[in-house]
Design a protein around this ligand. Structure first.
Ligand code: UDP
Length: 151
């Protein structure tokens, strides 16, 4: 089982898509292991988006992520990092495939509804950034036998 971070961005909250996006991950068979609303700060976003610090849109991106509170989620499942990333679609909503979250709900690179961790290593770092250990819950999902069978 892998755990991955999803952030429901201000565009998700403003567009009234929190239920829709969460529903997609739940219906896929991912287990919700943690979820909370929080107001992000410039400091945490500078760390989270450090790989984009030299890009011209860096401050705009951070401002957009602070425009409203966000909802941070931890989803768990077999191969969860890649599954969630594929469900989100490519960064630019205009280029993301229909059927993906960004492909269905975004027309923008910046306002693209969700953040998803891009590797297992980064998922672990990002989950630590946004959650305390006691905010991640390891309860047993009774439906796993019907989600995964032997594979
Ligand atoms: N972003 C942007 N303009 C761009 C590229 C990225 O505003 O040209 C924002 C966008 O919100 C994106 C975030 O920066 O989700 C992080 O970029 P990254 O390349 O890590 O893409 P992601 O993993 O979110 O698809």
């Amino acid at each position: 089982m892998e755990k991955t971070l999803v952030i429901l961005k201000p565009s998700c909250l403003q567009r009234g898509l929190v239920g829709e996006v969460t529903k997609r991950f739940e219906q896929k068979g991912l287990r919700l292991a943690g979820m909370k609303m929080c107001q992000l700060t410039d400091d945490v976003l500078s760390e989270h988006y450090a790989h984009l610090a030299e890009r011209p849109f860096f401050q705009l991106l951070k401002d957009a992520m602070m425009a409203t509170p966000v909802i941070v989620c931890c989803f768990e499942g077999v191969g969860a990092v890649d599954v969630v990333r594929q469900m989100a679609g490519t960064t630019n909503g205009r280029k993301a495939l229909p059927g993906t979250i960004r492909g269905d709900f975004s027309m923008s690179s910046q306002e693209n509804i969700v953040h998803t961790s891009d590797s297992l290593e980064n998922a672990a770092i990002e989950l630590k950034r946004f959650f305390k250990d006691e905010e991640i819950f390891d309860y047993k999902s009774v439906s796993n036998a019907f989600i995964y069978a032997s594979d």
